[in-house]
Design a protein around this ligand. Structure first.
Ligand code: 5AD
Length: 358
């Protein structure tokens, strides 16, 4: 018995289901083999068919506000690490953050991501300022979804952020291998703590985003397979996947960047592993080369995050070198992103973009 081809592609429903089952039931060794096979057309087409099944042609737009680049951490790969004296540190005031969201709302956005380094000014104390900011945005724009990406915090603060109106929280796990984690981070940062935070966020009621870099220093294919197994266990609503890109002031300045092809394979495999997940086609992917972002979308990604940060701050939020979009005003960047989504064959969507629940 044959079933109808899925959406506009020639992928049959049965083939798609078979691919989902294959990835879902794969052992670590089988995942390694799947990753090493690379982003062949059968993988990419199956991933695209799955995303179309749940989300059609829609690509969800989230307005990104990079509100502080102060960071108390020293992640070895990141340009914002505390040791980097060359960074001009800034933080937007609560009023400025609100103004960025208003501007986004005016342009049609219904979903915002507030991202920062781990900045004690906003996150610490008896009643952290970031909780107020969340409450203010939600009071003014209750129809919008609010995502936080502000790092590891005590579970009590996560609870306050959720009560104040935070809907989602992005906290990449970076690598699910404790030893590899230790190669990328100073000793006070551990995978155990990162994992605990992700489960605390779930318990607090957030839709959770995990994720990792592809090609980070010391990463093996086995580590990537472990990342997939960790995602299968955590079942996050969102997964951020982008290539590692070296930053000149870090100790990994001379390390090679992650590969575009491998990043595409990982996006496609995660689309099959977590069919309804929200997967951004990241700025880092776009930075790797022309058409990177479009290829991410065609590999199963269904989210983009145009930057709403004031132009004069953009160049100070450099996690890695060569980051694209730092010279674009909000309107220009947005127009470019809309154009890129259409070029890839999809339709921009400015709704809240909640994940489908099966
Ligand atoms: N290359 C690519 N991604 C990076 N990030 C931090 N530094 C780099 C880099 N050099 C990613 C991390 C972090 C997210 C905010 O940015 O995965 O979680």
């Amino acid at each position: 018995m044959s079933s109808a081809p899925c959406a506009s592609l020639g992928v049959r429903m049965e083939d798609m289901k078979k691919m989902i089952e294959t990835v879902r039931n794969a052992s670590k060794a089988e995942l390694i083999a799947l990753i090493e096979r690379g982003p062949d057309p059968s993988l990419l087409e199956a991933a695209d068919a799955v995303r179309r099944r749940y989300y059609g042609e829609r690509v969800f737009f989230r307005g990104l506000v990079e509100f502080s680049n102060y960071c108390k951490n020293g992640c070895y790969y990141c340009g914002l690490q505390r040791e980097n004296r060359d960074v001009h540190r800034y933080r937007l005031t609560p009023d400025e953050i609100l103004a960025c969201c208003r501007e986004g709302r005016r342009r049609g956005f219904h979903s915002f991501v507030l991202q920062s380094g781990e900045d004690a000014y906003y996150n610490e104390g008896a009643s952290p300022l970031i909780v107020d900011v969340v409450a203010r945005i939600k009071r003014e724009m209750p129809e919008c979804a609010l995502t936080l990406s502000v790092g590891e915090l005590p579970s009590a603060v996560y609870e306050k952020l959720h009560v104040a109106g935070g809907d989602r929280f992005l906290l990449r796990h970076e690598t699910a291998d404790a030893e590899h984690y230790a190669r990328l981070h100073p000793p006070e940062l551990t995978f155990a703590s990162r994992k605990r935070c992700l489960y605390d966020l779930k318990a607090a009621g957030f839709a959770v985003g995990a994720g990792f870099m592809v090609g980070s220093p010391g990463q093996t294919t086995e580590h990537l397979a472990e990342d997939l197994l960790f995602l299968k266990e955590l079942q996050p609503e969102m997964v951020g996947i982008g290539p590692f890109i070296p930053q000149a002031q870090t100790c990994f300045a001379d390390a090679p960047a992650g590969s575009l092809e491998r990043t595409l394979s990982m996006i496609a495999l995660v689309r099959l592993l977590l069919p309804t997940s929200m997967l951004p086609s990241t700025t880092a992917l776009g930075t790797l080369g022309a058409g990177g972002r479009e290829r991410g979308l065609r590999a199963g990604a269904n989210v983009v995050m145009p930057n709403l940060t004031p132009l004069e701050r953009r160049k100070d939020y450099m996690l890695y070198d060569g980051k694209i979009g730092v010279d674009d005003g909000v309107g220009e960047g947005l127009a470019r992103m809309i154009e890129s989504v259409r070029r890839a064959g999809y339709e921009p969507d400015f709704s809240r973009g909640d994940p489908v629940i099966l």
